[in-house]
Ligand binder design. Sequence first.
Ligand code: SAH
Length: 235
Amino acid sequence: MNLLLLDTHDFIAEDQVLLRGRRLQHLHDVHQASVGDLLRVGQIDGLMGSGQLLELSADQARLQVQLDQPPPAKLPLTLLLAMPRPKMFRRILQHCASLGVAEIILINSYRVEKSFWQTPFLQPDSIRENLLLGLEQARDTRLPSVRIEKRFKPFVEDHLPALSNEVLSLLAHPGSATACPRDVQRPTLLAIGPEGGWIPYEVDKLQAAGLQPVHLGERILRVETAVTALIGRLF
Ligand code: SAH
């Protein structure tokens, strides 16, 4: 945890917060903090700054905070992601938050196992928790937005063309003719497929919606690795 993230309900005064639970435990176990220490803090979806420990016990920590710095800029990236296997999904959420992805859209695909949509990790609280872990890691306060679009065809036909219009729109697909561009410096939409890959029908539909197929080289990467490799290459 490189940034202590504060929620509105942590505030007991305009400039004081009270922490319990996981973050308190972390202060004891990892930071081995003591009264007087200065820690980096940030308000979820708000400013970052510093917090001085005024009180620390087994039950709670009280900090005086000063929030005066903006969080880092997000990447101008919308990730259209075929719903991954649950364990991988959690980690991908964390990676995306750490890397600065602005928006994630989860979509169905023929090769997404139906059971993946039943995972408790799709509950709003769980999505938020994993995004917060990623933000704490990278020192950012702003939660990426996560949208769930379970139906492939209506989303791709009716909504995707408006999103892909006027931004660089890419479809990561091994074996495509074009190599994925580097250092693009412009708003981008990137679609990443499921473990089994996109089926030809889906590639056609995504292309018809304005996405250009690109490859990352001849090595087939796991979804989790492909996400980080593609983002690193694009930005
Ligand atoms: N067996 C599948 C591989 C799927 S890998 C196939 O051959 O299509 C899962 C997803 O990660 C892919 O749908 C793609 O979006 C991305 N990916 C992995 N390796 C890639 C590569 N070398 N080039 C482009 N995309 C890749």
